[in-house]
Write a protein that binds this ligand. Sequence first.
Ligand code: UDP
Length: 413
Amino acid sequence: MELVKTEQKKFADYLEFLDPEDINEFKTVLQQLQGKKAAMVSATGYGGGVAEKLHSLVPLLNDLGVKVDWWVLSSCPNQFFNITKSFHNCLQGQEGCLLQRDIDIYLHYNELNAFQMQDWNYDFIVIHDPQPAALLHYRGKKPGEKWIWRCHIDTSAPNMDYWNFLYRYISLYDACIFTLEDYVKENHNLQNITFMTPSIDPLSFKNIPLTQERAQEIVASFGIDVNRYLITQISRFDPWKDPLGVVDVYRIVKKELPEVQLALVGSMASDDPEGWDYLYRTLRKAGEDYDIKIVTNFNGITGLEVNAFQTVSDVLLQKSLREGFGLTVTEGLWKSRPVIGGNVGGIRLQIEDGENGYLVNTVEECAEKVLHLLRNPLLAQEMSKKGREKVRKEFLVTKNVLRYLKLFLKLAK
Ligand code: UDP
């Protein structure tokens, strides 16, 4: 096992986002957790959503006085990660058969790493995702230790072969955390099930406030005319994110408001052939229309540019046909921009239709709502304010810090 170093973060910098009652709750819980120590264990320390979240969560917990170390698996070859990648996909429902050879490799590296945990001395050990899930089985539980399994993936309709295998290991834990209630199968005997939605760090590059001037300068460098309407969808090029539907929405809007522009901003992984196929399909659909800008990390899109597009867009879309949670919706609402989302999955937890945004089922409905928001800027502003407030109350990292502390306390008792 290897320790991950994290940057320092000061909880005091986040106080402005909290309500007085939250601050009191933090105080009460922390008093009772004095001197407690926790370990977080994940597959890797960089890349991917889990690592991104832990880079905020771990330093904040430490700053609050709960000593947390973050460990990652060591000595695991690519073969192990290829197997756990198929675990990930199959737990999200992909077809496939779990082979004995893969089980053996998976368990072998869990056993190897568990051996290095013999002299660990923590009150709480939080294991993230399936890769290290069998560590508890091999290491065993010392008296007083509490083990928590945190599932970051959508297990609402898993391939049962894989779920049944994993279940043998996660049923040993004192508590399991899932993202949404829908992600837990009904007939289980898992203990202390807790729910935690993903959250955003308001002080990260992707979410810190940018001035309009700075944000406009950034989007203008991608060929956007900042004096004309801009609709944006930030997402991977994936059928479930429906970028082709977004182009259809834009075309309907353009008939009525010819000055409108569309930006499709996405990140590409060099080892994801499906993503490239879908990017090419989207480019073909956009054709010769130069008011559609399609940009990716290969053109220089990083967190800062995502922030800029979210900050200046007149309407943000997340027209997904299926969605786990939809962090882009959280990010858009946080920037006080009007957001229209597909009426699916976690988007429904974030957008209250007609209150802080719109939920839509079809291209036509989406186009109608875009036009409505563009023509009624005051209404859009009103809704956006409510959107930011919803995120502040429910979806900031501070909320998850508190949820972890409360779970620790519940288990300690
Ligand atoms: N994202 C990014 N660059 C891009 C496109 C997306 O950094 O070009 C980020 C986006 O800001 C969000 C995450 O990737 O934080 C996507 O999370 P979401 O839950 O919306 O969708 P997922 O891709 O996990 O299905």
